[in-house]
Design a protein around this ligand. Structure first.
Ligand SMILES: O=C(COP(=O)(O)O)[C@@H](O)[C@H](O)[C@H](O)[C@H](O)COP(=O)(O)O
Ligand SMILES: [Mn+2]
Ligand SMILES: [Mn+2]
Length: 345
């Protein structure tokens, strides 16, 4: 994959984050989402690439933009033959969540980001809009913890791997009724729970960085977000596993159909023969190279949110590349017009 794409996608997530941040705290989640989608799509279509959306806005919201299957990049546009030779370009697959944590943006809360992951064609698991049981843990616990083990067992393993007491661990869990028993178990095991209302991508990736005070993500969130998290965790060497949830008894609200049998049939139609398979990060993001980029909309554990100032804005992004084996935190000043002052720090 062309290394230059790594630089261009920073601007893709930055533009989405800036657009969405203008709607921060306004109580309008759909608008905060919509403007991020538009900005992401517009900037993406300026990149010299042949891209295809494999995880997008389409399925859940029936959105007209960045839908699954949409082709993006200059070289997929009409009349591109005059300046693009598609044969020279590697086809790439893209998973996007232009506004991950729309509620967080709408209510001015921490932890939202514009995010995407890229790989060669076929390199990202095209997860259906189902739920996913997830387990994320620090690199040192990678391959030792297991989604099939109980939370108590996994906490003991993380404790052993990290050389710290279970009481010193913090587990992020989404604040949902479905997690009542899980939360009880984690607390009884001695660990501390940080409940989040939304935004489990940030929580998953935070496990890979020491200093975030997040040592595990447990519980059920959305499957597309699981693939995006896996892409980052694969590059960072953190632990990530996901298992699709298709039983409406397990997750009583939301996306999946009301019958377990019809859900299994739907997965089969998509080529998923074993709906109970536990996927690891390398299977969810199995391309030869994987690129991940995120830009904070509101501040979170990993990045600062967008800060507007007279005439411009400052953003912080995280770009992770399996090719260059780098995780770059990018601090950018955007000058919309002649700014009154540009602050050094
Ligand atoms: O919080 C989330 C919402 O994402 P978005 O719609 O892009 O703002 C995600 O991080 C979660 O993974 C997930 O979408 C959620 O758990 C599924 O929704 P829910 O039924 O409310 O749990
Ligand atoms: Mn999301
Ligand atoms: Mn979203």
């Amino acid at each position: 994959m062309d290394n230059a794409i790594g630089l261009e996608i920073i601007e893709v997530v930055e533009q989405a984050a800036i657009a969405s941040a203008r709607w921060m705290g306004k109580g309008e989640k759909n608008t905060a989402d919509h403007v991020a989608v538009e900005a992401m799509r517009q900037r993406m279509n300026q990149i010299h690439m042949r891209g295809r959306i494999v995880i997008g806005e389409g399925e859940r919201d029936e959105a007209p933009m960045l839908y699954i299957g949409e082709e993006v990049g200059i070289c997929t546009q009409e009349n591109s033959a005059t300046f693009c030779n598609p044969e020279e370009l590697v086809e790439i697959d893209i998973a996007v969540d232009p506004c991950e944590g729309t509620n967080l943006v709408a209510y001015g809360q921490n932890g939202s980001m514009a995010v995407l992951a890229i790989s060669e064609k076929g390199g990202l698991f095209a997860a259906p809009d189902f739920y996913m049981k997830k387990l994320a843990a620090p690199p040192v616990a990678r391959g030792h913890v297991d989604l099939n083990k109980s939370a108590t067992e996994n906490l003991q393993i993380i404790s052993d791997c990290m050389g710290r007491a279970v009481e010193e661990l913090v587990v992020v869990v989404m604040d949902r009724p479905r997690h009542k028993e899980l939360i009880k178990e984690i607390r009884e095991a001695g660990a501390r729970v940080r409940l989040i209302s939304d935004g489990d991508v940030s929580a998953a990736i935070s496990c890979a960085f020491s200093g975030t005070n997040i040592h595990a993500l447990m519980g059920i969130g959305a499957a597309p977000e699981g693939v995006i998290s896996a892409a980052a965790m694969r590059c960072l060497g953190g632990h990530f596993q996901g298992q699709l949830i298709y039983d409406p008894e397990v997750v009583k609200t939301g996306l999946i159909g009301e019958s377990k049998e019809s859900n299994i049939a739907r997965l089969k139609d998509m080529g998923i023969e074993n709906p109970d398979k536990v996927y690891n990060a390398e299977e969810l993001a199995n391309g030869r190279t994987v690129l991940f980029a995120a830009c904070g909309i509101t501040s979170g554990t990993l990045m600062e949110g967008v800060r507007f100032f007279g005439g411009g804005a400052r953003t912080q992004s995280l770009v992770i590349s399996s090719q260059s084996k780098t995780a770059r935190f990018v601090d950018t000043i955007h000058m919309f017009e002649k700014p009154k002052n540009i602050q050094l720090r």
